[in-house]
Design a protein. Structure first.
Lengths: 422, 167
């Protein structure tokens, strides 16, 4: 379809009577159902398949979901407020805890926004290390999806397999960054440390088995009649509705609308790499499953290209005002000691201004809107979380589906509640 | 500042600037917001990515605003994207402290429903005409708007559950 299709008309514009249940929690307790045979039930926040603490108010007509309201905020810890009290160097420790399944993407968006304000140009190796880490993280995030999606649909063995492979990827990430999750690895000015010795062999040792096991997942799930029966035609949304609702990532691509920031608005050096944007055709849960599975394959392809082309050089800019000096310099240079001390006590000052930086996270467009007043801490740090926006599609996906499908549909949205609630 | 609109969009008659990264920023007045957003949507900016608020209380440097824009305490920042042009445009609307109200973008971009609720929850900015102007992240009975600059960190005392007598 053309990118300039007329905007959607229909259920997404409905203020009342659409599939969104616009009732407050207290009203829901006392509200009379809209029809005698309808009732409102509560699902979550403690439910094994709501992926964290998502709560849904479902209005049912018999076994059919008529309207729904996602209730969020159970993981809200005011991370954007916290972000205003941390320096730009401390910032990644905060944002990395938002989307805990793909933390490197939040770090990347934060670091990119800071660098746009600073007007920094990164050395090529820093750029390529960032791409390597992000694609490895995309693999682990989509493997997590495969695991939980399998579990939600009763394919418990898939849960074990997905978790097993994800752990392999996390082990490599741990080797490189020092932590399994919440890495704080991508920082303004580059990355925290250079790749360790033997990283190339370790990465190759990871890619081969993961690639083979994706074929096993195909055999286990993709062709299976039960799996298809439960996913195909379930939770359908159109491209027009996705655009109107601000939905991005695999949900938008499942409708056949090809939009991936890595391809269409390239950042880092993605324009130098060869990969396919995976799209579906029907906008249903099966397409969303298949897109994520095949995106793992594309990420493996990308990582192999990055392995071949990884440039040498610095892994961060040698700008004394932004990145700490090498450890060895501190012993011999008074200035290096002062720079080190200043960066870690008061932080570096960032020119006043506001920017928006966006990256393609496994869940869609992850943006960081940053306002600086010229000081060492942001005046405002806002994360445009794809899961938060994508959750708005849930009532439309659930409309007129059975309660039994609700679990499959929630799973196919793949929301990470840490990022939703921030 | 030059008053030209983003490439390919007819002159919308609002102040224009560019951010440090070169992205276009429009500065409509609150009354112009819907008109400008609709013109941009019709020009291909089909998706509204984000609506967020900023509290500039106590910020002395507002050097990035064009001369004709009168700074106010709050600002609503709307980010739109055109997939065809492969570009984003940002709208920054000044919202006064004494009357923090703005028309909702829901009828143009239904995807602003949750972000506008978040801006209301965190900053107390009311979007007139929004179908469900309620809190989204904080509990329904919460007092105050936490992301305002005069809402201090640590304002809520930490209450531990009664630990009982340890002896």
């Amino acid at each position: 379809m053309s990118a300039d299709a007329p905007p959607a008309q229909g259920r997404v514009y409905a203020r009342g009577g659409g599939p969104v249940l616009r009732l407050s929690e207290s009203e829901a307790l006392t509200a009379a159902p809209s029809a005698p045979e309808r009732m409102i039930i509560n699902m979550g926040p403690q439910h094994p398949s709501t992926h964290g603490v998502l709560r849904l108010l479902l209005e049912l007509d018999g076994e059919t979901v008529t309207r729904c309201k996602p209730i969020i905020g159970y993981l809200h810890t005011g991370m954007e407020k916290t972000g205003e009290t941390l320096t730009y160097l401390q910032g990644p420790t905060n944002v990395t805890r938002m989307d805990y399944a793909s933390p490197l993407f939040s770090e990347l968006a934060f670091a990119t926004a800071t660098e746009m304000l600073l007007g920094l140009e990164l050395p090529p190796r820093a750029v390529w290390i960032r791409m390597l880490m992000c694609e490895l993280n995309r693999i682990s995030s989509h493997l997590l999806f495969q695991a939980t999606n399998g579990m939600d649909l009763g394919a418990v063995s898939m849960m074990l397999y997905g978790w097993r492979e994800r752990e392999e990827v996390l082990r490599l990430l741990e080797q490189i960054t020092g932590l399994r999750m919440n890495h704080n690895y991508i920082r303004p000015g580059g990355v925290a440390a250079d790749l360790p010795d033997g990283w190339r062999d370790d990465t190759l040792r990871l890619l081969d088995p993961v690639g083979d096991r994706l074929d096993e997942y195909d055999a286990l799930l993709t062709g299976q009649p039960i799996w298809r029966e439960r996913l195909q035609g379930v939770g359908v949304i159109s491209a027009e509705e996705c655009l109107a609702l601000g939905v991005t990532g695999p949900i938008l691509r499942s409708t056949g609308y090809s939009w991936d920031l890595r391809r269409h608005m390239p950042y880092l050096d993605y324009d130098l790499l060869d990969f396919d944007v995976i799209c579906g055709s029907y906008g249903d849960s099966f397409d969303r499953y298949a897109i994520r599975l095949n995106e793992i394959r594309e990420s493996i392809r990308l990582v192999r290209q990055i392995l071949d082309q990884m440039p040498s050089g610095d892994y961060r800019v040698q700008d004394k005002k932004v990145t700490p000096p090498p450890r060895g310099r501190i012993d011999e240079s008074m200035e290096a000691l002062i720079h080190h001390f200043k960066i870690f006590t008061e932080g570096f000052k960032v020119p006043a201004g506001e920017v928006y930086a966006a990256v393609e996270s496994p869940r869609g467009e992850l943006g960081c809107y940053m306002v600086s007043d010229g000081g060492p801490k942001p005046l405002r740090m806002h994360i445009r979380a794809p899961s938060f926006v994508n959750l708005q599609a849930l009532p439309y996906l659930l409309e007129d589906r059975l309660v039994a499908d609700a679990v499959a549909i929630i799973s196919s949205v793949d929301p990470i509640m840490g990022e939703v609630d921030r | 500042m030059a008053s030209s609109s983003p490439e390919g969009v007819a002159d919308l008659g609002v102040a224009v600037s560019t951010d440090p990264a070169g992205a276009p920023v429009l500065h409509p007045r609150p009354a112009e917001l819907l008109e400008v957003a609709e013109a941009l949507r019709d020009a291909g900016y089909l998706q509204c990515l984000d609506v967020c608020a900023v509290d500039y209380l106590g910020a002395d440097s507002r050097t990035d605003l064009p001369d004709e824009v009168v700074p106010e305490r709050f600002e609503i920042v709307v980010t739109l994207i055109s997939h065809q042009r492969r570009g984003r445009v940002r709208l920054r609307v000044q919202v006064p402290e004494e009357d923090p109200r703005l028309p909702t973008l829901f009828d143009l971009f239904p995807g602003t429903e949750s972000p506008e609720r978040e801006a209301f929850d965190m900053f107390g900015i009311v979007f007139v005409g929004h179908p469900d102007m309620t809190r989204i992240l904080m509990p329904e009975d919460w007092d105050g708007h936490p992301l305002r600059k005069d809402y201090a960190v640590g304002i809520v005392p930490v209450r531990f559950k009664a630990a009982g007598d340890t002896r």
